[in-house]
Design a protein around this ligand. Structure first.
Ligand code: AP5
Ligand code: MG
Length: 189
């Protein structure tokens, strides 16, 4: 089983590229952002808790996020492959993922890092905000999300480098060229 972590800043193309990989490989997909937005839409207790964090551009607390992830994983797997989109986002989440997969006799196969310059991220998200309806796609919250990414999530680049799992991919360019670079890595696993 392949466990692929698709990693990158807000707007780096995690969701877009996940969709392309799913249609090519038939992998399952966990987007923690999508899971939380669905809970908000359904008006659940979890959704109510998540909303204030998301609208503010902050991360949901690790313990809660890890519990949600494990639940979602067991719902979808066993399966041929799974894409983790937006998880892990902190070192404790990466450690929890490693332990959770080890308990299930598997491991992360690769961390694919979509590297995109900050000005381009900002441009993409402001453009998306015109139609996405996402409460966090406004200039002020986007700036906060990028700050949170740099402080809390970017340290995972070195963490996965040390694990020997990091593959840096140029996340600027056409969807097809980026997708081809991701597929090259996946096919080599
Ligand atoms: P989440 O939903 O994961 O948002 P994010 O990480 O901020 O990333 P986005 O979904 O905005 O961007 P993306 O990388 O998927 O890019 P996309 O493909 O859409 O998380 C939202 C919130 O939930 C967090 O802030 C946090 O509060 C909470 N949360 C989620 N997971 C959590 C966790 N693990 N722990 C704690 N809290 C958590 O592309 C962006 C735009 O660019 C699109 O319009 C797209 O069409 C366009 N685009 C894509 N590729 C290209 C390209 N090559 N060229 C030009 N445009 C492109
Ligand atoms: Mg996304």
């Amino acid at each position: 089983m392949k466990n692929i972590v698709i990693f990158g800043a807000p707007g780096s193309g995690k969701g877009t590229q996940s969709d392309l990989l799913i249609s090519k490989y038939g992998f399952k997909h966990i987007s923690t952002g999508d899971v939380l937005r669905a809970e908000i839409k359904a008006g659940t207790e979890l959704g109510k808790t998540a909303q204030s964090y998301i609208d503010d551009g902050h991360l949901i607390p690790d313990a809660l996020m890890i519990e949600i992830l494990a639940h979602k994983y067991d719902e979808l797997c066993p399966c041929e492959g799974l894409i983790f989109d937006g998880f892990p986002r902190t070192v404790p989440q990466a450690e929890a993922l490693k332990a959770m997969l080890a308990e299930r006799g598997t491991a992360v196969s690769a961390m694919l890092e979509l590297a995109v310059p900050e000005a381009e991220l900002m441009e993409r998200l402001i453009l998306r905000g015109q139609t996405s309806g996402r409460a966090d796609d406004n200039e002020e919250t986007i700036k906060k999300r990028l700050g949170v990414y740099l402080n809390q999530t970017a340290p995972l680049i070195e963490w996965y480098e040390k694990e020997g799992l990091r593959h840096a991919i140029n996340g600027s360019g056409t969807l097809e060229s980026i997708n081809a670079a991701l597929c090259n890595v996946i096919d080599s696993l």
